[in-house]
Design a protein. Structure first.
Length: 381
């Protein structure tokens, strides 16, 4: 057993079922069989020539092509991350010893189907989990020493929730204790008194009196994951977060960093993913957000925070699903795959992502390319 599983499903064309449904499955004399086979072949050729079937077959071919490409890309990336990990379980960069980057890296391995303790990457995963747990202070904050404040705290809270039930009994005890403390900090931060437009969300510090969609997205995912895992997360906390997220929406379908702001691609990905995870699957607001991403992606995928954007639009569009995802996926995969460097890593060139370093960018790229594996519980449809 190597600790690696995948769960990718593709549509297949069942020729026997099609011919049987059409009445071309006679069991008479040999001559009749030959006649039926000829007619069946003619029918199948005509059937495959129909536009809808051609599109389905082409989509399956495209899916298979990209599946092979991003399997290989993810494997190279994880080999890079495993080699780059520092002895204390963190990853290098200008923000080294950052719990958010460590948590994203660990989740990248989990998203590919690797599990704690099992080869080939079980020790890498365990060291990453231990680093996050060792970084928690007595009050329960998971910010650690690498900055990021509530980003680091909520991303690390999400990690602990996702690995709960996967680890050995000793680590599970530490995860249970650490997660309970971390969730209290997240919930208390949401309850800080704020203006009506800012209520329900999160910001950089636990005591902040305003909110933004970026922080709120990670916090909501952490709460949803923990609630799905059986933690006592009040339903009203999720509901209040959803109200804030909806206030960040624009009439054109895009989402803004804060209410009444202008939309951008990254925040629209955050907004759509939160809608999908929050139970508003394919409703009117989600449909408009998916349309915004589809319409604007080609021009705006790299406008700001490239890998943050790619991560969120991939997760959001996959959750939205349907024909929109099928049309979006090839364009998305092609965009991400061409950015990978020969050593298996990805490296950003805009805004603050170069400060976060290639391990952060690589982790985000793997999480974006791994959506169809459906290994992490929070991202399962």
């Amino acid at each position: 057993m190597n600790g690696h599983t995948t769960n990718v499903q593709r549509p297949t064309l069942n020729v026997q079922r099609l011919t049987r449904q059409a009445g071309f499955a006679p069991t008479w004399a040999l001559s009749v069989k030959r006649w039926a086979l000829s007619v069946s072949c003619l029918f199948l050729l005509a059937f495959l020539a129909m536009p809808g079937i051609v599109r389905a077959d082409t989509a399956a071919d495209e899916d298979a092509k990209f599946q092979k490409a991003f399997d290989a890309a993810n494997d190279r990336a994880l080999a890079y991350l495993a080699k780059a990990q520092l002895p204390n379980g963190s990853w290098p960069g200008d923000m080294h010893e950052n719990t958010a980057i460590a948590s994203l890296a660990v989740m990248a391995f989990l998203a590919r189907g690797y599990t704690p303790s099992l080869p080939p990457y079980g020790n890498v995963i365990n060291r990453g989990i231990d680093f996050v747990l060792n970084s928690q202070n007595q009050e329960g904050s998971l910010t650690g020493y690498g900055g990021g404040q509530m980003y680091s705290h909520n991303i690390s809270t999400l990690l602990l929730s996702e690995v709960s039930g996967m680890v050995d009994p000793e680590r599970q005890k530490r995860v249970d204790e650490g997660l309970a403390k971390a969730l209290k900090i997240t919930l208390d931060a949401q309850r800080v008194k704020k203006s009506e437009s800012q209520t329900g969300g999160w910001r950089y510090a636990a005591h902040s009196s305003d909110s933004d969609l970026s922080h709120s997205g990670w916090a909501l995912m952490a709460l949803r994951s923990a609630r799905n895992n059986g933690a006592p997360v009040p339903r009203e906390a999720v509901d209040d977060a959803m109200k804030f997220i909806l206030r960040c929406g624009n009439k054109d379908g895009g989402f803004a960093y804060q209410p009444n702001g202008g939309p951008n691609m990254a925040m629209t990905g955050v907004g759509l993913l939160c809608l999908e995870l929050g139970g508003r699957h394919r409703d009117e607001v989600a449909t408009k957000a998916a349309a915004y991403i589809t319409r604007e992606f080609k021009e705006k995928w790299n406008e700001r925070f490239v890998f943050y954007t790619l991560y969120y639009v991939a997760q959001a569009m996959f959750q939205f699903g349907g024909e929109e995802w099928e049309a979006f996926a090839p364009q998305f995969y092609a965009t991400v795959l061409k950015l990978q460097r020969p050593d298996g890593s990805w490296m950003a060139w805009r805004e603050q992502e170069p400060t976060a370093g290639p391990c952060y960018c690589t982790s985000m790229a793997v999480l974006a390319l791994s959506v169809s594996y459906r290994q992490l519980p929070i991202y399962q449809r």
